[in-house]
Design a protein around this ligand. Structure first.
Ligand SMILES: [Zn+2]
Length: 165
């Protein structure tokens, strides 16, 4: 990946880079992504209405935190502010998904944690019912939202400032 040129700045943060093909905006120049156009409805075709209702509640929980872009991709629905910070994939009986947190957060409800870098940890969850969209889950969304805003890069505790290479 070419090194990002961060000469343009907006509000102290680098300007977003926009893909010419799909018009999506990314924090990182030449971000690799699925450059296709998919519809939200594609993800819910042949799925029970309960799954769509569960998804709608996740979106409502996200919108309670702040504005969010919803990006239907081939195999997932991504949620983005400046960066993608969460995603879900609708299944027949649940939503599989993850939140990106700036720290490892051990919790029995995370099925797996993948450490991408010291400030990017993918926490994999499965949501089967709306009661699981509880205070814990909302707190994880809110923490991930800061990653989406790239606020987690401003004053990292414990680690050196994370640089994309
Ligand atoms: Zn694109």
């Amino acid at each position: 990946m070419p090194s990002p040129r961060r000469t343009l700045r907006t509000g102290g943060r680098p300007a977003l880079w926009r893909c010419r093909e799909c018009r999506r905006e990314f924090a990182n120049r030449n971000q690799s992504h699925a450059c296709g156009r998919y519809k939200l409805a594609d993800h819910f075709r042949n799925k029970p209405p309960e799954i769509r209702a569960l998804y709608n509640r996740v979106v409502a929980a996200l919108r309670a935190i702040g504005p969010v872009r919803i990006l239907p991709e081939k195999t997932r629905i991504a949620f983005q502010v400046r960066m993608s910070f969460a995603q879900v994939t609708p299944r027949q009986k649940w939503l599989d998904g993850h939140v990106v947190l700036a720290r490892r957060l051990e919790h029995p409800r995370f099925r797996r944690i993948e450490t991408i870098s010291p400030r990017n940890h993918v926490h994999v969850f499965r949501l089967s019912q709306r009661s699981e969209i509880d205070a814990d889950f909302r707190a994880w969304l809110a923490e991930a939202y800061l990653v989406g805003e790239q606020r987690h890069l401003e004053s990292p505790p414990g680690f050196g400032r994370f640089r994309k290479s």
